[in-house]
Design a protein around this ligand. Structure first.
Ligand code: ISJ
Length: 363
């Protein structure tokens, strides 16, 4: 009988090989990091070098004598290249202004005494989808102010899917919304869709909203970045978290640090909800950035019966506030009449959340 080594003995050898591989990997990582640094100093915008990777893979393939197939060995080395590139880039890529690596403490906005983010209790942003009439705004603001809501929303410029849908009251809506908010001691947030309107909207609004459909409008992002108003930045319909945070970076890079991120659901294959609320995006945005993050539950679900559970979930993952649409008579609203809450609905909604709204978000 040939002598057979025991499994234990063989495993001890594998353990030693692992240690040797790790030592070599770490050594490789250090060299690669130096290459990355040199590339940054040379001002090379791209660290990824597919031709160099290809050359290495070809050499590895020609040297491979088994027992692993060349495909298997190449896949392993491709993973090593990927990790090396990540290492290079995380060491050397420009640190984003939105990142917690640049600013570790939470950004807390203080807009005329209304605090948002950090240790402030979660805020509610509420109001109708569109500003429609004096009576509608007056009734809504009076009701919400009496319930302690500090931020009134209402759209004067509406990004409607159809060009024939109600497009909003424009400047008249801005004037009306800001006056009514002021009369009730509230802040006024409204959407701006066009770079040409930033100045006039900033004149009337306390917070500028960049809507989901405009999250990729880089000219608009730069323009609101130059205005001195806080910005509520909604996540795009199909935007990745990275794209959303880069959109915020556009605003910060122009010198405006007062950005509130707003997750509003993303487009998926799901049909029972209008959008799919991405709670991991909320948790990640809180973790990766120092900015306040709120959740628009109205658009996230597109249906009233999910607003309470989704708002609870949002607060549980650390949201700094909830955005919800409220209308005196949702059935006759000029937009979004499927999803806005009436006053009784809002009462039920806020009562269900009352204990969560008293405490700052803690995860
Ligand atoms: C280290 C480099 O940067 C990246 C990482 C590589 C690697 O790990 O070998 C190869 C090419 C680049 O994608 C390099 O350019 O040499």
């Amino acid at each position: 009988m040939t002598h057979q080594r025991s499994i234990e003995d063989l495993r001890a050898e594998v353990d030693q090989i692992n240690r040797d591989l790790l030592t070599l990997l770490s050594k490789r990582g250090e060299v690669v990091a130096q290459i990355g640094h040199a590339k940054t100093q040379e001002g090379r915008p791209n660290h990824y070098d597919p031709a160099r990777e290809d050359k290495q893979l070809k050499e590895i393939e020609s040297l491979n004598q088994g027992p692993f197939t060349s495909a298997a060995v190449k896949a392993i080395f491709k993973e090593i290249f990927k990790a090396s590139l990540d290492l290079e880039e995380s060491n050397d890529k420009k640190q984003l202004l939105v990142s917690r690596k640049v600013k570790s403490e939470d950004t807390v906005l203080d807009i005329d005494g209304v605090r948002i983010g950090g240790d402030a209790p979660p805020i509610i942003v509420a109001g109708p989808c569109s500003i429609e009439s004096e009576e509608q705004m007056e009734q809504t603001a009076a009701f919400l102010a009496a319930k302690g809501v500090k931020i009134l929303r209402g759209g004067a410029y509406k990004p409607r899917t159809s060009p024939y849908g109600f497009q909003g009251m424009g400047v008249d809506g801005l004037i009306l919304g800001s006056r009514v908010a002021k009369e009730h001691g509230m802040l006024f947030v409204t959407e701006v869709m066009d770079t040409r309107d930033v100045e006039i909207v900033a004149e009337h609004a306390d917070i500028l909203q960049v809507g989901a459909r405009n999250m990729h409008n880089f000219a608009l992002l730069r323009e609101v970045g130059r205005s001195r108003r806080p910005v509520l930045l909604k996540r795009g319909l199909s935007a990745t978290i990275e794209e959303w945070l880069y959109a915020a970076e556009y605003i910060l890079s122009e010198g405006n640090n007062e950005v509130i991120l707003c997750e509003r659901g993303i487009r998926t294959y799901e049909k029972w909800t209008r959008n799919t609320l991405d709670l991991s995006a909320v948790a990640l945005a809180k973790q990766e950035t120092h900015l306040p993050v709120i959740v628009d539950v109205t658009h996230a679900a597109g249906r009233r019966d999910l607003l309470i559970p989704l708002a609870k979930a949002a607060l549980a993952v650390g949201a700094d506030g909830i955005h919800v649409e409220v209308h005196p008579s949702p059935a006759t609203a000029l937009s979004d009449n499927e999803q806005q809450l009436d006053f009784a609905g809002y009462d039920k909604f806020s009562e269900s959340l009352s204990s969560l709204l008293r405490q700052p978000a803690r995860v």
